[in-house]
Design a protein around this ligand. Structure first.
Ligand SMILES: CC(C)(COP(=O)(O)OP(=O)(O)OC[C@H]1O[C@@H](n2cnc3c(N)ncnc32)[C@H](O)[C@@H]1OP(=O)(O)O)[C@@H](O)C(=O)NCCC(=O)NCCS
Length: 197
């Protein structure tokens, strides 16, 4: 197989942006993650429903253990931290090694939405995906009713690539799926355009 070497990323050091720290979760984050995962409004379009505190304890344990991106289906779920508080998290997984495809996701506590924090965290994740990980394409899969998530995809320069009709059994009913994506060369061109401004 030609192309860049296989990805090998250990999520140990926090990633820093202008306003955010993205770092591995720890069990100390349970209360702050529960503050948003317990909410129906946050989970409306997520594959999981609002979680109990015990469920959040279990999931934060899984997030904390997921620190490696090297093999297909490896994933990380970084905490998004503002002023020492976990306000949400990102998701990044290697969907295909052969096709160098990754998938991204995002969740914020409602008190911290509308401030550009998800966008800022997503830029850091895309920089990681297309930089150190050498990915070729990053996609986001979402519920087409999720306007906020679609707006974020568009702000990142992701294009709508697919619209699957009633392909998902979602809480007892068929639901649609939208797929948005961006390529490495497109991400690089956006970076070059931003640098020129
Ligand atoms: C999807 C989700 C992460 C988007 O969060 P968000 O805060 O709207 O997204 P962004 O970080 O891109 O912020 C954009 C908003 O911040 C505003 N903003 C304020 N300051 C800003 C800044 N410095 N930079 C950029 N945007 C800024 C923008 O104008 C925009 O406002 P608008 O929504 O009124 O147009 C959030 O709605 C969410 O967590 N939803 C619940 C979970 C979910 O459904 N996840 C997606 C599953 S696919």
């Amino acid at each position: 197989m030609s192309g860049p070497p296989a990805p090998s990323f250990e999520f140990v050091e926090p990633l820093r942006t202008e306003r955010l720290v993205l770092r591995p979760m720890t069990l100390d984050d349970v209360d702050e993650v529960y503050a948003y995962q317990r909410r129906d409004d946050v989970c409306r379009y997520l594959l999981h429903e609002a979680r109990s505190r015990d469920e959040v304890v279990e999931w934060v344990g899984k997030y904390a253990a997921a620190t490696r991106l090297a093999e297909e289906h490896d994933w990380i779920e970084p905490a998004i931290v503002v002023d020492g508080r976990v306000i949400g998290h990102m998701y990044l997984t290697i969907a295909s090694l052969e096709n160098r495809g990754a998938e991204i996701g995002w969740t914020l506590h409602p008190d911290f939405q509308g401030k550009g924090y998800a966008h800022e965290a997503a830029v850091a994740m895309l920089d990681l995906a297309f930089g150190e990980l050498g990915m070729h394409r990053v996609r986001a899969e979402l519920d087409p009713r999720n306007d906020a998530s679609i707006a974020l995809c568009r702000r990142l320069g992701m294009r709508e690539e697919a619209y699957f009709v009633k392909d998902l059994m979602f809480r007892g009913d068929w639901a649609d799926t939208g797929v948005y994506a961006i390529l490495d060369e497109e991400w690089a061109a956006r970076g070059a355009a931003a640098d020129a401004e």
